[in-house]
Write a protein that binds this ligand. Sequence first.
Ligand code: PLP
Length: 429
Amino acid sequence: MNNIKKSIKLFEEAKLHMPGGVNSPVRAFKNIDGNPIFFKKAKGAYVYDADDNKYIDYIGSWGPMIMGHSNPQIVKAISKQLELGTSYGAPTSLESKTAQLIKKCMPSIEKIRMVNSGTEATMSAIRLARGFTNKNKIIKFDGCYHGHVDSLLVKAGSGVSTFGLPDSPGVPSQLAKQTISCEFNNEKDFLKAYKKVKNDLAAIIIEPIAGNMGFIPAKKTFLKLLRKKTKESNSILIFDEVMTGFRVSLGGAQEIYGIKPDITALGKVIGGGLPVGAFGGKEEIMNCLAPNGPVYQAGTLSGNPLAMAAGHELIKMLIKNNPYDLLENKASILLSEMKNIFDKKGVPFSTNQIGGMFGFFFSKKLPRNFNEVAATNDMHFKNFLNSCINHGIYFAPSKFEAGFISTKHTNKEINTTIKVVKKILSKGL
Ligand SMILES: *Cc1c(COP(=O)(O)O)cnc(C)c1O
């Protein structure tokens, strides 16, 4: 059992200075009634806490650490840029270089704009869609999280559902009314909403592989229907690939499904662990952005050279290594072994993975939408998660979050994880 005395003390102190002691809600461990672990360093597949405990990390900063923490090549790229300056508020060649690599991997992106977070990317994508189409309504899907954008904080999954806030106070109801949320993977529910708003429909936004209600891929037929209907109504199809971009495959979920969105939102991996977001798509649409067109969007630190250096290096490594099959195999070994252990103990358990992203659920059948995830066993999840953390295995502390594996997770880390799961289960959940 890990001693986390210092983390407990640090959390008490943090609560004096920050609401809830954190700068992003899921970090507070409320969902598992635990004390957040405060980290001080990370290397490869491991994170190290303030009490010097070592954990095998299956969060990887929610995606970016796909080639391991403190990857020497990324550290080198950042250091090199650090010597040259950290921000100029002016253009650099690094922005074009990074844009070129992203476009090469995601052919649906003809032009791209860099921003500083995933939230900024989806917020701006929606403004652009509205500006381009001259329409107002947005369709989204229950449990899909698109950042904390006003218009998108409607049935928004992970953080929001973890805390039982269906909508957030502070979002004007007039604005929320412009957003319709339908059940994920439910054609009928979508068609009903579509029929109602199609004449004023600016955009449909979706996580094609949802990572904010656990891990739930959309059905291909469902995504195809969205593509077809947005074409019919001259609306914009936005794929939010902030989490899946460069995580499930080089070309993101759109490559796996073979479906081209009009706009893609990116973040997480493309910053190599530094704050970044981006949105890109058809040239005709992107050219509506200022200074080319009338839709305003700007950012003092957008395209920041440090973030571009880190992101560029990471994307280059991903293109060279194409580690996605390997990551999926590793995740699949880990999850099937876990499932064997749970099956033997008669604990309902289901799993899924694509590329370096995975999910496990305390339910017999794999959930297909938010309500089915919500219905999975909370007590099992909470007990399992707390025990894992006590034993040095760091999974996401909410059943509405996905898991991530890196190229630095070797057989050794996988086997250690399986051993710990066996040990936990030998005592029962
Ligand atoms: C993380 C995430 C966002 C928000 O990105 P931030 O950088 O946290 O603002 C948006 N959409 C999806 C799918 C995400 O996973």
